[in-house]
Design a protein around this ligand. Structure first.
Ligand code: WT7
Length: 655
């Protein structure tokens, strides 16, 4: 049975236990519904009250939502605050010695930082950055391993009002260079390298390579955290070791107050064109949502140990590693390594060792751990767990059931959280002490979030039907613009076809008779591989950039049991179509090429060579046919507009 069929035939319902309901921050469906009603009755009042109660304001805001320049919405814009102050200083009096971060290295070594430690370390780095001339509004690129220092780097930027742009450590030098240029970064914070799965991975050499590609002259300082101790080149006058930079810096640093709309960070994500978009987030609205969702969705309690396995290179690591957990003052686990090293019991052992209460990971990790050891969780004491979370892609009911029964011992609600880089935090998700769960459904929108499913013209399709997922009202943590490209922001998210009024998420979805949402995947040219977003055009551009070998390329996704989707590339070479060993050799070469251009996550799983691609008479590539071929389906579509039908047979041959 295909995933979609099994999702649609799913009828099991799992209501929260009485104990769960009783202890929950939002207790019972009636409480949830009352909040939704309140938001509907007085939309601005609902948000204003939460923003006043939740955030520490240096200067209170007087205006909640400014829609005068829609879709460039502004929230709380005349208020002033500082994100790092909200995450650290607020705990200094009440819980300075509470562990903020429990770091477990790849090799199992534990390092802890209390709230007071974290505060001092952030202040010292913030002072160092200031000393280098980094000011409010400047952009700082961060290329770091999972570490306490990665969180410090982000918060140090926030402390002085600099906008950070974190680039995932798996991205290539070329990707770093493009992001340095697009964001106009003036400083970089990186490490010599990192350890993952027992292997050492270089980071600083990638930064050096990015400089060598050119265009990065605006970067005048590089701070290098020593993690592996491997020899790296340090350019005099530009590169400084982290430990030298913070040595002798004062332990306090007065926060730079910024207005609520000040860009806290830019995070690049893939869209339908070749160029990644710099999603720009605010300070006030973003942080508000990070805190609220920690409390509502993860039901944070004072003594909780929280663990989100996402890397800080992705939005999940921004909201649920760097900002959310610290702002609400929880203890969290930060993990350097991978789930399968030294064996597939690593996550379960860590949950046992650190008595994790709330655990948040991705379906792709769950599926790979089922494959590697379906009974492994039973070898560990996982009784500390209270809530399980899932994010990044639809979770198939089979994986859901295993997560629920084998990991959660049938007592932990699974919060299947739907959101995106652009949304800043969870939007459609169960509440653990309220929502009856249905496997494979992210259930219902949070209070104040107005979602709907519409047809191509923007009209609501009604309950029980499928269509295009939209968000009808702005929300505090929404994307503010695409960095440097407001027109693209408007076109991508508020297109005219949807009356220019609704936020277009780019996902297809359906609801059932109870109003439960199921996400069906992207409706644009974006793939979701292991919960990571990749643009097909981005990979195509990378392939054709190999101008010696490649004449033309088309990339589509196909379903994959482990990674959700897999990248499938159809390539026309400049030379003759290769066969046999020659084809295998060139395919390998092209995979390495894509790794160098973008990063290993974009590497095509399948590569097929053709003399040409299927095209219409006007020369348009017929991607729907390629999708069918990639899936191994027989072609039932109309091919009468196809210029060269014979090409299909050729492309069906896998290497
Ligand atoms: C896309 C956003 C959200 C942080 C990580 C990914 C898909 C995300 C779910 C979910 C079904 C999901 C959507 C979305 N997605 N969460 N719970 N169920 N699909 O952020 O890289 O911006 O990707 O991930 O397709 O549009 P992202």
């Amino acid at each position: 049975m295909s995933t979609i069929e099994s999702v649609l035939s799913e009828t099991r319902v799992f209501p929260p236990s009485e104990t769960m309901v009783k202890q929950a921050n939002i207790s019972g469906m009636a409480a949830y519904e009352a909040m939704c009603k309140e938001a509907e009755r007085d939309f601005e009042g609902f948000w204003a009250k939460l923003a006043r109660e939740t955030l520490l304001w240096h200067k209170p805001f007087t205006k909640t939502l400014d829609e005068s320049n829609a879709p460039f919405f502004r929230w709380f814009h005349d208020g002033e605050l500082n994100a790092s102050y909200n995450c650290l200083d607020r705990h200094l009096k009440t819980q300075p010695d509470k562990v903020a971060i429990l770091f477990e290295a790849d090799d199992g070594k534990i390092t802890k930082a209390t709230y007071k430690d974290l505060y001092h370390r952030v202040c010292q780095l913030a002072n160092a950055l200031k000393g280098m001339g980094v000011k409010k509004g400047d952009r700082v690129l961060i290329y770091m391993p999972m570490s306490i220092e990665a969180v410090c780097a982000m918060q140090a930027c926030a402390r002085i009002g600099a906008t950070h742009s974190v680039v995932f450590g798996g991205f290539s030098a070329k990707s770093v260079q493009e992001r340095v240029i697009d964001a106009g970064a003036i400083a970089i914070i990186t490490a010599d390298g990192q350890f993952r799965g027992g292997k050492e991975i270089a980071l600083k050499p990638v930064i050096d390579e990015a400089f060598a590609l050119g265009g990065c002259d605006g970067v005048t300082n590089v701070i290098v955290y020593q993690r592996t101790g491997s020899q790296v080149a340090m350019q005099r006058g530009r590169d400084t070791w982290w430990h030298d930079a913070v040595k002798d810096q004062p332990l306090d640093c007065e926060p730079t107050w910024v207005d609520a709309e000040h860009p806290l960070f830019i995070l690049y994500t893939s869209g339908s064109t070749g160029k990644p978009k710099g999603v720009q987030h605010s300070t006030g609205g973003y942080l508000l949502w990070a805190m609220l969702t920690m409390r509502w969705v993860f039901d944070t309690k004072p003594n909780d140990v929280f663990w989100c396995t996402a890397d800080v290179g992705w939005v999940t690591g921004h909201t649920y590693v760097c900002y959310g957990p610290t702002a609400v003052g929880t203890t969290q686990v930060v993990f350097e390594g991978v789930p399968t090293y030294p064996d597939a019991g690593r996550f379960w052992k860590m949950i046992q060792d650190h008595k994790v209460n709330v655990f948040y990971t991705a379906p792709t990790a769950i599926r790979s751990l089922i494959k590697a050891g379906p009974d492994l969780p039973k070898k560990y004491d996982l009784s500390s767990l209270r809530i399980l979370g899932s994010v990044g892609e639809p979770i198939n009911p089979e994986a859901w059931m295993w997560y629920y029964t084998t990991v959660g011992n049938s007592k932990c609600p699974i919060v299947d959280t739907w959101w995106q880089t652009e949304t800043g935090g969870h939007l459609i998700t169960p509440l653990p002490g309220a929502t009856p769960l249905k496997p494979g459904s992210c259930t219902m929108p949070l209070p104040g979030i107005v979602t709907d499913i519409v047809d191509e013209t923007g009209n609501s399709v009604g309950r029980g039907k499928g269509g295009i997922l939209v968000i009808k009202r702005p929300w505090p943590s929404m994307i503010r613009t695409i960095w440097g490209d407001p027109e693209r922001f408007k076109k991508s998210y508020y297109p005219e076809d949807f009356k220019g009024k609704y936020y277009l998420a780019g996902d297809g979805a359906s609801t059932d008779e109870d109003g439960y949402y199921r996400i069906m995947g992207r409706i644009d040219d974006v793939l979701n591989v292991s919960g990571h977003r990749l643009g097909t055009m981005e990979i195509e551009s990378a392939l054709v950039a190999n101008s010696k070998l490649v004449a033309e390329a088309a990339v589509v996704g196909r379903p994959d049991d482990l990674t959700g989707e897999a990248v499938c590339a159809f390539v026309v070479l400049k030379g003759a179509r290769p066969t046999g060993d020659e084809a295998l050799k060139i395919a390998k070469e092209l995979r390495e090429w894509v790794t160098k251009e973008i990063g290993a996550i974009a590497k095509p799983k399948d590569i097929r060579f053709g003399d040409n691609l299927p095209k219409t008479r006007s020369g348009k590539i017929m991607r729907r046919l390629l999708r069918s071929i990639a899936k191994g389906e027989s072609i039932t579509q109309d091919v009468s507009t196809l210029e060269n039908p014979a090409i299909l047979e050729q492309l069906k041959q896998n290497l």
